[in-house]
Design a protein around this ligand. Sequence first.
Ligand SMILES: Nc1ncnc2c1ncn2[C@@H]1O[C@H](COP(=O)(O)OP(=O)(O)OP(=O)(O)O)[C@@H](O)[C@H]1O
Ligand SMILES: [Mg+2]
Length: 259
Amino acid sequence: MIVISLLNRKGGAGKTTASVNLAAIFAELKGKRVLLTDIDPQANATTYLDKYISKDETSVYDVICNDVPTRSAIIDTNINNLKLIPSNVNLDKADTFLTTLPMAKEFVLKKKLKEIDSEFDYVIIDCPPARNNLTTNALTASDYTILPCEATEYGIDSIFAMNEFISNIQQCVNSNLKVAGILFTKKENTSVQKFYVEQFKAALKSYHFFDTEIRKTTIVEKSLTEHQPLIIYGKREEVTKDYIKVADELEKIIKETGK
Ligand SMILES: Nc1ncnc2c1ncn2[C@@H]1O[C@H](COP(=O)(O)OP(=O)(O)OP(=O)(O)O)[C@@H](O)[C@H]1O
Ligand SMILES: [Mg+2]
C-alpha cells in the first residue's frame, strides 16, 4: 500500500480536484484498489463524489478521534475500485483532540491506515489548507506528497512555507516521506504564468516539477457540479488527459524511488 498526500496550506490551490481525479484515474482506468481519505473538515472530496455524511454517521473523525475500526468508516463510491473514507464537519474538533493526546499524536492516522494495509494499492489523502495536526498526521502516514499550486506569487510563498513543514516531518517523524513533485494547476498560457513557472523552478531547484501542467478550464467546475470525476464526466477532455499524464508520471516516480 502506497500512501500519497495532496498538500498545500494555500486554499483553492487544487488539492481536492487533484486528489479526487488522480484517485479515480488510478481506480477506474488503471484498475488499482484505491482508498481516497478525506481529512478536510470542508469535506469537498466527499461532496465531489456525491456523498454526504451526517454528524451521526461514521466518518474519518471517528477513525482518528474515537478509534473506530478503519474498515467501518470505508464506503463505496460510484467508481470501480474506488472507496472513500468520508469527512464531515465533526472533523473540526480533531485538531484540538490531537493536541491533547499525551503521546504520539503524529502517528494516529498512520496506525489507523495500517489496519487496512493489504486491502489497497493506493491511499490518497486530501489535506485541508493548513499546517496543523491533521496535515502532520497525513504526512507522517505518507510515502509521497504532491504539492498542487497555481503559478502565482502567492503560490510560490505557499510552497516555501510547505518546504519547511515537510523538512520538519522528514527529520522528526517520517524519514521515508518523499516529495513526488510540484503540480501546477489552473494553468493558463499567459506570459505572466510562464514568468512565475520560471521563478518557481529557479527558486526551488531541489524539487521535481511534474512535466504535465493541469490546464484551467470550466470542465473542472462542471465535473464537480455533476459529482463525476473527470474520467467519468469527460474521458476525452484535454484536462482529463492532463490528469492521466500526471498519474502516469506519478507511477514512474514511484517505480524509480519506491519501496
Ligand atoms: N484545472 C482547473 N481549471 C479550472 N478550475 C479549477 C481547476 N482545478 C480546480 N479548479 C477550481 O478551483 C477551485 C479550488 O479547487 P480545489 O477545491 O481543488 O482546491 P483546494 O486546494 O482543495 O481548496 P481548499 O484549500 O479549500 O481545500 C474549485 O472551485 C475548483 O473547481
Ligand atoms: Mg480541498
